[in-house]
Design a protein around this ligand. Sequence first.
Ligand SMILES: [Zn+2]
Length: 159
Amino acid sequence: MTPRDTSADIDVDLVLDFLNTVDVEAGTDLLSDPAGRRAWLAARGLADSDSAADVRTALRAAVGDPAASRVALSAQVTVSLEPEGPRLVADDVTGAVLAAASRLTVLGDWDRVKICPADDCRWAFFDRSRNHSRTWCSMRVCGNREKARAWRERARANS
Ligand SMILES: [Zn+2]
């Protein structure tokens, strides 16, 4: 259940899907696989961009992935004034993703985009909890795994 209306799911989905084109658990990276990359872009109607991998790294760093390094970068986004109101328009994947991230920021929802801290997971997710307190991608999987690990360590320390 969502505590309030959050950002448009389309923006959340695009940002998360993009961040999760690298899957640490499966050891796959769609952006470095030409066929996978083409299919991913085609499914979203986006043009490719040379800076896609850099933007992904920077965005993952910006939302807390310790394995990614922070770099400053920019992309071409146009503000188009249409009958419904102003709209950010981008014609490639980096522009589209950064425009979506900017809309989340404007709505105060950027800090809800998080990276699961489990070393073998690092899955990007959107924290819909009321007080933005969610840590794990899934309490059922990573949260429980972490609790079990902490319990084993305590048990070992006490024996
Ligand atoms: Zn996880």
